[in-house]
Design a protein around this ligand. Structure first.
Ligand SMILES: [Fe+2]
Length: 358
């Protein structure tokens, strides 16, 4: 008689969503990813007597849906409140206690734009389409604009270059161009679930080096110091080449997600030949671009917000605003989560929810 192995226990018990934000109207952007709140106010959420409970349920919703949009302009929300919400989403869902908000390594770059009131904040990254053009000019090895850009390079998860990358990111758009500037998010859960079992096992065996050498060259060229530490005692100096799992487990949901297999901050799949490296990354990119039912797209309106989990989504900006007259400006805060891990006891989202494979 064969012995029956006991089911493996998850390293972290998944968190269950409560009902504290069930009163908010929403529309799911697609069946797979994204939720949009057309009228909800984050300020009202903060002022509610059960604010912590609401923020915790919002955080769990974000981890389950990947990204949420707040469409109504959140004009009454201060920068301090945006930072507080971003920090609390991680704190209320069990991230390491010593971690806080990320500090961008190039915060000292003189080309960085101040916020709308003229001040700077080391936990706020101002996204500005004009400043980005100047900063990119200081970076070495940028390809010349002699052929169409490959926008596949835009896909990334925030701060992947850190030992402890971002958990939640919160972007509020302050001004929008007349057209363009959309952001796309893809579900890492669903991309993982679209793999065959042998390929899932193969990608689960891999790690990737997530270096970002342009930071060092930008600091040297600009003659300023890199920010350190950056939201965690493990994110210091020029230590920008961590090895992250290609597939990781989301600590909040317990579901496996494709994580470090492609994009802007992935410099090398570890331990494979250079041909295999490019083949794996091309394949992951092909999965993303050929499965657009896994993608939620945000067409920004002034004052709208997006909050996402970097653990289970990758996102891509659409750099087309140079085609129209207008500047796209936004303010982003990002929390810092745990060192990514793959829990052998975890499963994909579809399996955990009892859904069919496809
Ligand atoms: Fe990003």
């Amino acid at each position: 008689m064969g012995s029956t192995a006991a089911p493996l226990k998850l390293m972290r018990e998944p968190l269950k969503n409560g009902n504290s934000i069930d009163h908010l109207d929403y529309i799911d952007v697609t069946p797979i990813i994204g939720r949009e709140y057309p009228a909800a106010s984050l300020k009202a959420m903060l002022e509610a007597p059960n604010a912590d409970e609401q923020l915790r349920d919002l955080a769990i919703t974000i981890c389950e849906r990947g990204v949420v949009f707040f469409r109504a302009a959140q004009d009454d929300l201060s920068i301090g409140e945006q930072k507080y919400i971003t920090d609390m989403l991680g704190k209320l869902t069990g991230r390491p206690k010593e971690n806080g908000l990320h500090v961008h390594p190039l915060y000292n770059d003189p080309n960085n734009q101040p916020m709308a009131d003229g001040t700077n904040d080391e936990n706020i990254y101002v996204i500005n389409s004009e400043a980005a053009k100047k900063l990119y000019a200081t970076m070495k090895d940028r390809p010349a604009a002699t052929e169409p850009r490959d926008l596949g390079h835009e896909w990334h998860s925030d701060s992947l270059f850190e030992n402890c990358p971002s958990d939640f990111s919160f972007l509020r758009m302050e001004s929008t161009p007349p057209a363009g500037g959309d952001t796309l998010w893809v579900s890492g859960y669903e991309i993982y679930d679209r793999l065959s079992r042998p390929y899932q096992r193969f990608l689960e065996s891999l790690t990737a080096t997530c270096a970002q050498p342009v930071f060092k060259s930008a600091c040297e060229k600009g003659g300023y110091a890199v920010m350190s530490p950056r939201g965690s005692p493990l994110n210091v100096d020029f230590e920008f080449a961590p090895h992250h799992p290609v597939v990781r487990t989301h600590p909040v949901t317990g579901w496996k997600s494709l994580f470090a297999g492609v994009g802007l901050h992935v410099s090398r799949i570890d331990d494979v030949t250079s041909y295999e490296d490019s083949m794996i990354r091309e394949y992951v990119l092909r999965l993303i671009t050929r499965n657009h039912d896994c993608i939620a797209r945000m067409h920004w309106t002034r004052g709208a917000c997006a909050i996402w989990s970097n653990v289970c989504t990758l996102h891509a900006a659409t750099p087309d605003t140079h085609l129209v007259d207008g500047i796209r400006t936004g303010v982003r805060a990002s929390g810092i989560g745990e060192v990514p891990y793959l829990d052998p006891a975890s499963t994909g989202r579809r399996e955990a929810l009892g859904m069919p494979k496809f």
